[in-house]
Design a protein around this ligand. Structure first.
Ligand code: ZN
Length: 111
């Protein structure tokens, strides 16, 4: 698959999954960019910092994540945690994902 085609899929569909993924992990423990790039790679999403960071910033701007700066081994790291609005958005989105999964995976009656 060409890079361009993959980028289009990422922009159109995968960014939603990536956002849910980020919210999920931020609800478990504070997350930071590089760690999430590794985590998402484990799930088959190849993201550059230039793609991931704007997504994190957007989630914070929209009130789903909140960041703070931590110093780790002498380096400043921006860590994100889930807000209450983020928790609500995650729960509601997961319901939609489940609903969609049911729709597209369960064969219609009488099929
Ligand atoms: Zn994960």
């Amino acid at each position: 698959m060409s890079i361009t085609k993959y980028d289009n899929i990422t922009r159109n569909f995968f960014t939603g999954f990536i956002r849910l993924h980020l919210l999920h992990h931020a609800g478990q423990e504070p997350i930071f960019g590089l760690d999430m790039i590794r985590e998402l790679a484990r799930h088959g999403y190849q993201l550059s910092p230039g793609t991931l960071y704007p997504i994190l910033h957007g989630l914070e701007r929209d009130g789903f994540l909140v960041s703070r700066k931590e110093v780790v081994a002498g380096k400043v790291r921006k860590v994100y945690t889930l807000t209450e609005a983020g928790q609500t958005a995650l729960s509601e989105s997961l319901e939609k994902v489940r609903e969609l999964m049911d729709e597209i995976t369960i064969p219609p009656q009488g099929a």
